[in-house]
Design a protein around this ligand. Sequence first.
Ligand code: ZN
Length: 331
Amino acid sequence: MAIIDETGVRRRLKIMLGSELLADVYIKRFGYTIHIAKINGLKLAMEYREKMRNGGVAEEPVKADPETDWHDPIYEIQVKCPACFSPVPYWDQKARALASSLDMFHMPVYKPVGTFRAVDYNLIAVSICPQCFFASPDKKDFIGKDSARMREVPSRIQQGELAAILSSGDQRTSMLEESGLDVTQERIFTRERTPKGALFAYDLALQRALVETQRSVPFALFKMGGYALKQALIARSYGLDETPCLEAALAHYLKCFETSNAPGLQYEGQCLYEIIALHVRLGRVKEAGAYVAVLEKTKAEAPPPPDIPFVRWYNAARELWTDRDNPDLWK
Ligand SMILES: [Zn+2]
């Protein structure tokens, strides 16, 4: 059973439905469990009633059936929120249905394959629990299903962190309220999420990772850096300003490096690569140069034999540093 916080749910319903009155109608009809399909249904019913009242006829939206749409590179599975145990849809990629290249920060840019439709997976990578707004792009963070053994696969997030994330649900509701985003218009909880909706989905994931960071969970800051870089990629792809996301990513990676939040030579290499690339991108060449020196020192002090993933990051950083004045570097 899901863990229900009635006041929080009422507040979330109010934001998701756009009015206190509709939130009350929902609770009377469906209780305190939030289901996106029921919310959408209620909104559609209200809109239909409104249109009929105005003498118009509501048009039925035509929807492709994912079960029979062979050109859809995405499939939906049900996972469970590890914080409040509500069902959450998770959109996964079908095997070999999407190709990707990497941007300069090594974040994936998706391309269609064969007869599959083009889908920007970055927009829907983050799954959000409709009940408590727990959010993550990582399937392993949710409670999964092992159908072969007929049992649940627990989330890899520890109990202490989950309790802290659950109790900070109100903060996530406030984030949505303060963002001023229209949940329905930006289709935040559906597969048709807009770029602005996707940026907010990553904001929720960042809030979750921040709770983990406050509890000194390894790799939490490293993940925050990655989420901010995904936001920068989304912003860039859709003509929005990426600079605040790049600044945030840099701050996360710097803190990650300083606190050794991502232990292991490979992650140290990636962290330094991102710090150097971000400094160059933001026009801080002197700072980038200082971190190239740190990278050289890290390489010189690494025990033999050479760590292959680290060497790859080292080479990529050297290449970027040599090419730093090339105006085509960021295209
Ligand atoms: Zn939840």
